[in-house]
Design a protein around this ligand. Structure first.
Ligand SMILES: Nc1ncnc2c1ncn2[C@@H]1O[C@H](COP(=O)(O)OP(=O)(O)OP(=O)(O)O)[C@@H](O)[C@H]1O
Ligand SMILES: [Mg+2]
Length: 224
């Protein structure tokens, strides 16, 4: 099975080294797998996701994307669009657009996709997320769980190789959490990619292939 992401001897310090947020992280994410990144608050989960997602830079060490460094992947905006799907808490939908418009907007920069296809794909994925009745609702007017599902639809619509999710079920009810988990799992089945989820949620841990446990900026165990 091929390696989608490899992290090698990665370090991240904040405040000129006063806060060592990540210490010698080594990690391989393989095709077709779901990984749960767990550990108590402040152990470095979001920092690691941000660096893997190319949204932050490491102090030292490397991340390889299908064997390539970030310098080798080509135009960064295209790489982010095509390779990585972000489901981050701060990654909000645009409130003045409808859910449908928000999801369609993720495809706008791809000139090979017609307006018709854009709409069909967006409607399809929103339906799958149980948002059929909310297509025309503004993001500012739907519930938190609906917004979260909209954000996930937007992250998945480009068929990225990697989904990086930071507490995707953190603030939603258990029914919504179930829809989110099922969608992520199904996505993995239909297109062989990998998913890394930072979470405190035991249900996510239960459906994951591997649980990566962190403590004080280090990986302390990796188990099935
Ligand atoms: N921009 C920043 N500047 C300084 N310190 C930071 C910054 N971001 C995070 N930290 C520190 O780095 C450490 C790791 O933080 P991080 O956000 O990665 O933890 P986390 O595991 O995601 O926690 P949580 O479960 O609460 O989300 C913490 O000590 C945090 O205070
Ligand atoms: Mg975090």
């Amino acid at each position: 099975m091929s390696n989608i992401i490899e992290v090698k001897h990665l370090y991240k310090d904040y405040d000129n080294g006063l806060i060592p947020a990540l210490k010698d992280i080594n990690l391989t994410l393989k095709e077709g797998k779901i990984y749960a990144l767990m550990g108590s608050s402040g152990c470095g989960k979001s920092t690691l996701l941000n660096i893997i997602g190319s949204l932050d830079t490491p102090t030292k060490g490397d991340v390889f994307y299908e064997g390539k460094t970030l310098d080798e992947v080509g135009k960064l905006s295209l790489f982010r669009r095509d390779f990585i799907g972000y489901v981050f808490q701060f990654h909000h939908l645009i409130p003045v657009l409808t859910l449908l418009e928000n999801v369609e907007s993720a495809l706008l920069s791809d000139r090979n996709i017609s307006a018709k296809e854009r709409k069909e794909r967006a409607v399809g994925i929103l339906n799958k997320m149980g948002l059929k009745h909310r297509l025309k609702s503004y993001a500012s007017e739907v519930s938190g769980g609906e917004r979260q599902r909209g954000a996930i639809a937007r992250a998945l619509i480009n068929n990225p190789k990697v989904i990086l999710a930071d507490e995707p079920t953190g603030n939603v009810d258990s029914k919504t959490a179930q829809v989110i988990l099922e969608t992520l799992k199904e996505y993995l089945k239909t297109s062989a990619k990998c998913i890394l989820i930072a979470t405190h949620d035991e249900e996510i841990a239960a459906i994951s292939d591997t649980i990566i446990s962190m403590k004080d900026g280090e990986i302390i165990s990796e188990h099935l």
